[in-house]
Structures are given as structure tokens and as C-alpha cells.
Write a protein that binds this ligand. Structure first.
Ligand SMILES: Cc1cc2nc3c(=O)[nH]c(=O)nc-3n(C[C@H](O)[C@H](O)[C@H](O)COP(=O)(O)OP(=O)(O)OC[C@H]3O[C@@H](n4cnc5c(N)ncnc54)[C@H](O)[C@@H]3O)c2cc1C
Length: 505
């Protein structure tokens, strides 16, 4: 019988980063991944002469990855800084199409918006000030100088902002809809129900997007993920690809091993799941017990997050020839994010499109004289409910036509004229590929869902011993926030597991 100190289920961003931290700490680790390559949502795929990055638009490398990748993981896979401009294109409340290059930096942003919408500077400045207050207060709360009185003095709006939704802050400032529309383009990154989404979660993302540089991996995500996989093996760990975990075997509330689709049984006392807890408790842990029912009960009311429908295009002209200057282009058909959110329940629009042309940053991302353009639209997995196969194929094709047309109109290009390759992924594709229900990217993040998710995650990863499975932990987008940052957010979990193994308890 094979034995490992720890088994990581899933080689997505979350699983692979955790496994690398475990093996770096000397833990004999096995990673089991059902696909033929690591990555999960962060995979890349090839069609014809194009390689597409399935999901990444950009990473806050300096803030979230640099230190760990360079000093702890020693990753050498190169990343390139994205040009410091985010382009937004939207239809304003008068039906006019606006196209705006937003420079990096709060002051620069205020000036750029003022140029487009005269008189907007005071309210934009105030808005960014409140966003900054949230960030500043969060930092100050951890400082040795912290006292409640000083907090109130330095950040007078903080108490109020902690209770407000992103929409309530717009309303509080009486921000005109055409200015909200600019920030609502950035909604694409979060896809929330803006009138239920906490401002304290929205504000940091706005501030990061408008003030911090972003990066893109030169060799698509597969470049750094393959390097991480190699390093896990070099550290003495193993990665079995094409291997699906079919059962986490437990006894008396403790993890004893895992079974795979190839009939292997691997003995271990530590399983780290880069998989949704719902799937773990509903499908992978077979033994029924009051403990399992209690954990399922905790999970049951948390709403799943949005997913995406994505049109991947391989174009037979370069970005320069086509006049595409933006790495990111965010296109919003509607100024109001509430309208866009409601539309994400179906296929009809209005749409919020995240258009990505990685060739703007990494010139040779595709062969000379070509470029890649991927168009992602946030969509709830429930948009597919009850559809027949025929309706699904029809809706998907019509949707792709509309998205390509809208993007082309905003860019002033006839995109249909230069398509060499096309692929479409929907929430169903993401669901099948990554093994998540409804293709959801983690759990939703309304006030209520955040509270429930945080309580559930704290419980799962080391809460009340009466209720948790000994030796079972969770990482990834269903445990510690969505996005590429899951590549590093599992490190504390890895350290805790390593300590337990070394301490022998
Ligand atoms: C279109 C799109 C655009 C995005 N853009 C960005 C962006 O610009 N910036 C950003 O930060 N984030 C972005 N994201 C989100 C980001 O891709 C994900 O949040 C992140 O990659 C999730 O990683 P994960 O490891 O938590 O989960 P996953 O990627 O879902 O990994 C889970 C892994 O577990 C494997 N697995 C599941 N079940 C089993 C089993 N039983 N046995 C073995 N293996 C199993 C799966 O195959 C998968 O490899 C985007 C996502 C999409 C879809």
C-alpha cells in the first residue's frame, strides 16, 4: 500500500501552491489531478496555431506573488508588466458610446475622468478617498499604534463604510450614473450584486486596479504551473495526472486515505482539498455521520458565485495592424451594474465584456502577424438551467456572434473578417472541466454569503474538533477568496499541516 504524509486533491492554482509549500517544508506529498496537466481554471489550451490562456487577465504580481514566488518558491517563469492603462468602453445614459483610457494612479485617474466628464473631479476624488480610507483603516487596525479613538480620528468614515454596500456609497456621494458607469466597468472583475456587495470588499479592488501595476505570464499560466509541478517533484513529492480522487476514506471522523479512479488506495492522515467542500461532503466522503451532516448543513445556504461565458478568438492579424492598444478592454452595454447583474442570469444582455489581448503585453504570445483576443462575460451558471441541448448550442452561438459584434463596434474593427480560430466555453464547460457545480468561481460575496463562508471556512480548517474531520483541510477558491491569489493563500494551511505531521499529532 502506498503511503504519503499528505495528499492534495486538485492541481489548480490553490492545490499546486499548497503542495509546493508542503514539499518545500519537507512533507512527503502526493498531488492527484484528474486532468492531463495542472492548472484547473488556470489552464491553457491550443487550437490550431494559437495557445489561449483560459482565464487569466492580469495578476497583481508585486503585491500578491513576487515575494513568495521569488524568495520561497524560486520561480523563474517570466512575467511582463501590463501597460499601465485600463480601457473602458460603455454606453452612457444618453446612449452615447464612450471609450476611455484610464491611466494608473489616483490623481491621473481623476484628471482623465474630468477631461471626459467636466465637473466630475470632486466626486471621483471623494470616492477614491473613501476607497483609500477602507484600505488605510484595515492596515491601521493591525498596527501597534491602534486605539479605537485614533482609528475614529484618522478614518472618520470607516465605521459607516463597513456597513455600506458598494451601491450605497455611490448613492451617498450622489455620484451621477455616467461616472458610476466607469467604475462599473471594473465590475467585471468581481461580478457581484452591487447593491448587496460590501463596500469594504469593493474598495480594495477598485484601489488596486487604479493604482497598482499588473503583470501577465510570458508563457501563459501553464509556464509557471509546469515549473511548480517540476519543483514539487524535485522536492521529493509526486504529481499523478489523469488521476481522479473518487473517495476520501474516513474512520471515526479521521482521514485515513484516498481512493482513485484507477483503483489505487493511498494511505495518508492529511488530505488537502482544492475542491469545493460541498463536493467533498456530498460525493467524496462516503461514510455518513452526524459530523458530515452538520458540515453539509453549514454549507447549504451559501450561494455559489458567478461563472463566465468566454469566446476565444485567434485572429489572423497582429494587434498593431488591428489597432488594439489595450491589454484589457472592459465593455459595458449598460451604465448601471445592477442591470448587468440581472442580465447575467441569462443570455440576452446587456453585457459586460472583459476583452483581453495578451499580445499587447507579450508581443509574441501568438505567431507573428496574429493575435489572441478572448472575450469573457460574467454569467450565472443557472442561465443554463432547463435548456435542451439544441437550445444550448443555439444560445451559445448567437451569444458569441453578439459579443464579437459588440466588441468589434467598440474597437472599430470588423472582427468577423479576421477570425482564424474560435472556441467557446460556458459555465457548463467550466463546470465539467474544473469539477465545480455551475462553473462557479467560489462562493458569492454578498454580506450574508461572506459571513456564512468565513464561518464555514474557519470551521472546516481547524474549528470545533467535535465537528471537523481530523486531517482534512481546504484551500482554493472555495476556501480563501477567488482568483489567482489562491496560488499563495494556501501556504498557512500547508504550514499548519507540516507542523501537525512533524509534531506527530
Ligand atoms: C474566464 C475567467 C477569467 C478569470 N480571470 C481572472 C483574473 O484575471 N484574475 C484572477 O485572479 N482570477 C481570475 N479568474 C479566477 C481564477 O481562475 C480562479 O479563481 C482560480 O484559478 C481557481 O483556482 P483553484 O485552485 O481554487 O480551483 P480550480 O482551478 O477549480 O482547481 C481545482 C482543481 O481540482 C481538480 N479536481 C477537482 N476534483 C477533483 C478530483 N476529484 N480528483 C482530482 N482532481 C480534481 C480540477 O481538475 C482542478 O484542476 C478567472 C476565471 C475565469 C473562469
Amino acid at each position: 500500500m502506498k503511503h504519503y504524509d499528505a495528499v492534495v486533491i486538485g492541481a489548480g492554482n490553490g492545490g499546486i501552491g499548497t503542495a509546493l509549500a508542503l514539499t518545500t517544508a519537507g512533507v512527503k506529498t502526493l498531488v492527484l489531478e484528474k486532468h492531463n496537466l495542472p492548472g484547473g481554471c488556470a489552464t491553457s489550451f491550443v487550437r490550431g496555431r494559437f495557445e489561449y490562456d483560459a482565464s487569466l487577465h492580469a495578476m497583481f504580481y508585486d503585491l500578491l506573488f513576487k515575494n513568495v514566488w521569488e524568495n520561497q518558491f524560486h520561480i523563474t517563469s517570466p512575467v511582463t508588466r501590463v501597460p499601465d492603462i485600463i480601457t473602458v468602453a460603455y454606453t452612457d445614459t444618453d446612449g452615447k458610446n464612450v471609450y476611455m483610457d484610464l491611466p494608473l494612479g489616483a490623481r491621473e485617474l481623476v484628471m482623465a475622468i474630468e477631461k471626459e466628464i467636466p465637473g466630475s473631479a470632486p466626486v471621483v476624488q471623494q470616492y477614491l478617498g473613501l476607497c483609500g480610507e477602507v484600505l488605510g483603516a484595515a492596515k491601521f487596525a493591525k498596527s501597534p499604534d491602534f486605539t479605537p479613538e485614533l482609528m475614529q480620528e484618522k478614518f472618520p468614515h470607516f465605521q459607516m463604510l463597513m456597513k455600506m454596500t458598494a451601491q450605497e456609497v455611490f448613492d451617498y456621494l450622489e455620484m451621477p450614473m455616467n461616472i458610476q458607469a466607469i467604475f462599473n466597468n471594473l465590475w467585471w472583475y468581481l461580478g457581484p450584486k452591487i447593491d448587496e456587495f460590501p463596500f469594504f470588499r469593493y474598495a480594495p479592488v477598485v484601489m488596486m486596479l487604479v493604482t497598482m501595476p499588473t503583470y501577465f505570464p510570458n508563457h501563459a499560466c501553464h509556464g509557471y504551473l509546469a515549473e511548480m509541478e517540476t519543483k514539487i517533484r524535485e522536492n521529493g513529492g509526486d504529481v499523478w495526472l489523469n488521476t481522479e480522487v473518487t473517495e476520501i476514506v474516513t474512520k471515526d471522523g479521521k482521514v485515513c486515505g484516498v481512493k482513485t479512479n484507477h483503483g489505487d488506495y493511498i494511505e495518508t492522515t492529511q488530505v488537502i482539498a482544492d475542491v469545493s467542500p460541498r463536493i467533498v461532503f456530498e460525493d467524496l466522503i462516503k461514510e455518513d455521520s452526524p459530523k458530515k451532516q452538520a458540515l453539509l448543513e453549514r454549507q447549504k445556504d451559501i450561494t455559489e458565485n458567478f461563472s463566465f461565458t468566454i469566446v476565444y478568438l485567434g485572429l489572423n492579424k497582429s494587434a498593431e495592424e488591428l489597432g488594439i492598444k489595450a491589454h484589457h478592454l472592459f465593455i459595458a452595454d449598460a451604465a448601471d451594474a445592477k442591470e448587468t447583474y440581472e442580465a447575467s442570469r441569462g443570455w440576452e444582455g446587456p453585457y459586460c465584456i472583459g476583452a483581453l489581448c495578451p499580445n499587447v503585453t507579450v508581443k509574441d504570445f501568438s505567431p507573428e502577424g496574429t493575435c489572441v483576443l478572448s472575450l469573457s462575460v460574467p454569467m450565472l451558471g443557472s442561465a443554463l438551467d432547463g435548456m435542451t441541448q439544441e437550445e444550448y448550442f443555439k444560445a451559445k452561438d448567437e451569444f458569441a456572434q453578439k459579443i464579437i459584434k459588440t466588441t468589434g463596434e467598440h474597437l472599430g474593427i470588423d472582427l468577423f473578417d479576421c477570425i482564424e480560430e474560435i472556441s467557446i466555453a460556458t459555465p457548463a464547460t467550466l463546470s465539467r472541466y474544473a469539477g465545480v457545480r455551475n462553473g462557479a468561481l467560489g462562493y458569492a460575496r454578498t454580506f450574508a454569503d461572506i459571513r456564512k463562508n468565513e464561518a464555514a471556512t474557519a470551521q472546516l480548517n481547524g474549528g470545533n474538533p467535535e465537528e471537523v474531520y481530523e486531517g482534512l483541510s481546504f484551500v482554493g477558491q472555495f476556501a480563501f477568496g477567488i482568483g489567482y491569489q489562491t496560488n499563495v493563500t494556501g501556504i498557512p494551511v500547508a504550514m499548519k499541516v507540516a507542523q501537525t505531521i512533524k509534531g506527530g499529532n
